[in-house]
Design a binder for this molecule. Structure first.
Ligand SMILES: [Zn+2]
Length: 255
């Protein structure tokens, strides 16, 4: 048997264990004309201020999925995010791929991260976004057992993609904007200090990207609000989302 064959079998076993009911929040079912911007990897200097400024200019709110590595380094910025009326969820203690960790490590990453963030906020944390969107059935369950819901997205802005132009990012983010869309943005760039992959950060104006996307949303009658706010008059749409970049599959199978 080849390694590729072994990996395919392992991937199939993971998927077979995933009944339809095991879903992650991907959008919001609502009659309200709203979208939900979300920001990962922050809070960080400059980037977080750029997106806070664009959100304020549009009287919008959003949900920030923070990394505890970023929070520890930029504690005052977390307070600014909260003071501006935004919602905070957890992205992790750091930016490792959850399915590559042992169950004990993944549990530690999720439960310690939640406890540390709740201490910092003085509020319960409802939402967890897995780093890279990578999760297995096992890590999905750990998120649930920790008292959180896994949140993915239904639209992306490509703000992590160094090969995209700003026009392409705006087009990507607005192509399928609809009521209840959860849009993925970043106000940080996870790197080696966050135990993330060493990928180059795109050189982009995050204020301009968000401002353009929100202007287009507004022209379509859509306002931007946080996930918690959207759910006051809506309900979650979930779908099974189990994913691991092939590059990391071997590590997940070996562990
Ligand atoms: Zn991330």
């Amino acid at each position: 048997m080849t390694l590729v064959h072994d990996l395919k079998l392992a991937a199939m076993r993971v998927l077979e264990k995933a009944p339809d009911a095991i879903g992650s929040v991907s959008s919001v079912r609502t009659d309200e004309a709203i979208i939900v911007p979300t920001f990962d990897d922050g809070p960080t200097p400059r980037r977080t201020h750029d997106v806070l400024r664009a959100l304020a200019d549009h009287e919008a709110t959003a949900t920030f999925f923070v990394l505890m590595t970023s929070v520890r380094a930029n504690r005052g910025l977390l307070d600014e995010v909260v003071a501006a009326g935004h919602e905070v969820g957890l992205h992790g203690m750091d930016h490792r791929h959850l399915p590559t960790l042992s169950r004990a490590e993944a549990t530690e990453m999720i439960t310690r991260g939640k406890a540390e963030l709740e201490d910092a906020l003085g509020l319960p944390v409802r939402w967890f976004r897995p780093p890279h969107g990578d999760q297995s059935v096992e890590t999905w369950r750990i998120i649930r057992e920790a008292g959180m819901e896994s949140v993915i997205w239904s639209g992306t802005s490509w703000d992590w993609n160094p090969d995209a132009t700003q026009d392409e990012r705006v087009a990507k983010a607005t192509a399928n904007l609809d009521r209840g869309t959860i849009l993925l943005f970043h106000d940080g760039h996870a790197g080696p200090a966050d135990l993330g992959d060493p990928v180059p950060e795109p050189d982009l104006d995050r204020y301009e990207l968000l401002d353009r996307v929100l202007r287009i949303a507004q022209a379509r009658g859509l306002r931007a609000v946080s996930l918690g706010r959207a759910l006051e008059r809506g309900s979650v749409v979930t779908r099974p989302h189990f994913n691991l970049h092939p590059k990391h599959l071997a590590a997940a199978v070996r562990r």
